[in-house]
Design a protein around this ligand. Structure first.
Ligand code: FAD
Length: 626
């Protein structure tokens, strides 16, 4: 085995995979340390990728040249675009995945990156000398050197699992916890905290009465996450349905019997849990007025005998979980194969990293994923990608890569973590992005593929594909704005869609602003005119979607770009990292402390720190102008 890598990545989860693949694509050698080779990219909880805001993250990772979208496409057994009835800003792709095939696809992707060496060893120590990382020590006491270390150890640091009063050491079901790393980092001055997450019971498929449950099939024409996925062969796997059921007051009563043995309510669990993804016991207490809660029965895989009961995450005693399940519609004779459990783990409050995800305390040490206080595969993957890119750039002496809040959800995620830190598991929501109308799924390639190509993450051919789409989009936009369509040609379509007919010719752009009129339908009317752009557009349904959104929401989108331009002044107003805040007179104590702790890069970032007031910002501006 190699004794030296350019970058050591600790953890083969969603963050670690992206980090290692990015380092390799950027021409360097990565050692991907993981406890178990075949658990690479294992889905610790629900076998699903994407969904609201998380789907945006996957699309952005893909546009930058990351790998999560490809892995999800290769292992997906159901694909849906959520929120179709709402505005385009919140349309989001979600896939149900075969758990085993997801890991297999992840291993294939990592194996195809020639610069990644998978090392099946547990790391117990990160070696740091004079605040510079030097490498790691394995459980066997072996030293492996590197120029950078990226810590992506997920829920494993001092992981402790709970079911009722039973506690077990472990990072997740069937896997040991990771000890040593937290201590080694606390010794050099890192702050650490404790968080918690949980998972529901797994049920035997053939013990469920499917006939009486409401079916939730995937989309008729499923769409992949990745623009690199071959659509002519997609979907690659047979597609399955999910099913819906719900709890009821009888179920709640049974669960309440277990509250006296609940590690959550007894205070055995010290870590803070995810507010937006509470356990079923938490839901019963917090939303006591709700007589029922929705549950989703999701397949764990094509050949798997297991069903994941989404919405029923619990750490109550196993016998209570099992008893309550029998009272749920469709589960009257269910076999609980494995009870739900909660896991507590160490994390490092993320104000300790900067926007590149390098720690402020130790040069060459990066944190990514669950260790930064986030929850979710997609949030982890996004951070892994950014940490991998920045570690590689630093080694190559090529500056840094930071995405702005107005450029990507990934920018929002990292800015939120660094600027606001977090003391509870952080997950992405569309509401966290103030510019969400311009951060849509459909335009992620246009927004980000240029970065991916420049960084070396997208090949010439892949980028060429994005550029071709962009060109068609630009021509299409010009065409729609200029091409006028006569009443004779369009009025039948108007009538069919209960839209007022027109008296004089109108531009396609104007007609398309009507909510009831679809751009594709108008273009089809022009087919016999043999205009090459019409053919080109009709052969590219993705571009039609993008054009339709841009035309229908033009006013709102323009306003959002104006707002971004106004804020840009402050985002580009840099603050020197070595600014001595103690010298600034008039700052409040809270503000001074936070500015010292977070070390904002710009006035824009400083203004988002909680407790920093407009008057503090004025003081900063006056000082910097001097
Ligand atoms: C029980 C449970 C329930 C969850 N529920 C939810 C949920 O409901 N919603 C949600 O969004 N997220 C949930 N999650 C969280 C989700 O799994 C994580 O957000 C995501 O997997 C984090 O990705 P990651 O790459 O940071 O770490 P992980 O996917 O946890 O991967 C960590 C990797 O690090 C490796 N590793 C750890 N320590 C070492 C070491 N010392 N040496 C070598 N390798 C090491 C492990 O082997 C593993 O490969 C849950 C997790 C668990 C365990």
């Amino acid at each position: 085995m190699n004794k030296y890598f350019d970058v050591i990545v600790i953890g083969g989860g969603h963050a670690g995979i992206e980090a290692a693949c990015a380092v390799s694509k950027m021409g360097l050698k990565a050692g991907l340390f993981t406890m178990e080779r075949y658990a690479l990219g294992r889905m610790s909880c629900n076998p699903a990728i994407g969904g609201s805001a998380k789907g945006h993250l996957v699309k952005e990772i893909d546009a930058l040249g990351g790998v999560m979208g490809i892995i999800a496409d290769n292992s997906g057994i159901q694909f849906r675009v959520l929120n179709r009835s709402k505005g385009p800003a919140v349309w989001a792709t979600r896939s149900q995945n075969d758990r085993e095939l997801y890991s297999e696809a992840a291993l294939n992707v990592v194996d195809s990156c020639s610069g990644v060496c998978i090392v099946e060893k547990s790391v117990t120590d990160i070696i740091i000398e004079r605040n510079i990382t030097k490498g790691v020590l394995t459980k066997e006491g072996e030293f492996i050197g590197s120029k950078a270390v990226i810590l992506c150890s997920g829920t494993f640091l001092n992981g402790l699992m709970h079911t009722g009063r039973n506690q077990f050491q472990g990072g997740r079901f069937g896997e040991a916890s990771s000890t040593g790393i937290t201590d080694s980092l606390v010794k050099v001055g890192f702050e650490t905290g404790r968080l918690k997450t949980g998972t529901p019971p797994r049920l035997r498929k053939n013990s469920i009465n499917w006939e009486i449950l409401e079916e939730q099939p995937g989309d008729e024409n499923p769409e992949p996450f990745s623009f690199r996925t071959d659509r002519s062969r997609f979907p690659f796997l047979p597609q399955l349905s999910c099913y819906l059921t719900k709890t009821n007051s009888e179920v709640h009563k049974i669960l309440e019997k277990g509250f006296s043995d609940s590690p959550l309510f007894m205070g055995l669990i010290k870590g803070v849990g995810p507010r937006y993804c509470p356990s079923i016991e938490d839901k019963i207490v917090r939303f006591s007025d709700k007589p029922q809660h929705h549950l989703f029965l999701e397949p764990e895989g094509l050949d798997s005998d297991l069903i994941y009961l989404n919405g029923f995450s619990s750490s109550l005693p196993a016998e209570i979980q099992s008893e309550a399940l029998f009272k749920i519609k469709g589960l009257e004779s269910v076999e609980m194969v494995r009870p739900g459990y909660a896991v507590e783990y160490d994390y490092f409050p993320p104000h300790q990293v900067d926007l590149t995800l390098e720690t402020k305390l130790v040069a060459g040490l990066y944190f990514a994923g669950q260790v930064n206080g986030t929850s979710g595969y997609e949030e982890a993957a996004a951070q892994g990608l950014i940490a991998g890119i920045n570690a590689a750039l630093k080694i190559k002496g090529e500056g840094e890569f930071v995405l702005k809040r107005s450029e990507a959800y990934i920018g929002v995620l990292i800015d939120d973590l660094v600027t606001k830190s977090t003391d509870e598991p952080y997950r992405m929501f569309t509401s966290r992005a103030e510019h969400r109308l311009i951060l849509r799924q459909d335009n992620s390639q246009r927004r980000l593929s240029g970065h991916g190509y420049r960084l070396g993450l997208l090949s010439e051919e892949e980028f060429g594909y994005c550029e071709r789409d962009k060109k068609i989009f630009n021509f299409g936009l010009e065409f729609c704005n200029q091409k006028k369509i006569t009443p004779g040609k369009v009025n039948l379509l108007m009538e069919k869609n209960n839209s007022p007919t027109i008296e004089f010719s109108e531009s396609i752009a104007k007609l398309c602003k009507r909510p009831e009129i679809q751009l594709e339908a108008i273009l089809k009317l022009l087919k016999e005119e043999y205009d090459p752009i019409v053919d080109e557009l009709l052969n590219n349904p993705d571009v039609i979607v993008q054009l339709e959104v841009e035309l229908k929401y033009e006013g709102y989108i323009d306003r959002q770009y104006d707002a971004v331009a106004r804020l840009e002044r402050y985002e580009n107003y840099n603050i020197p990292l070595n600014l001595n805040y103690l010298k600034l007179k008039g700052l409040s104590t809270e503000s001074r402390e936070k500015l010292i702790k977070i070390k904002p890069r710009s006035i824009g970032q400083a203004s988002r720190i909680s407790g920093v007031t407009p008057s503090d910002i004025s003081i900063l501006l006056v000082y910097l102008k001097k």
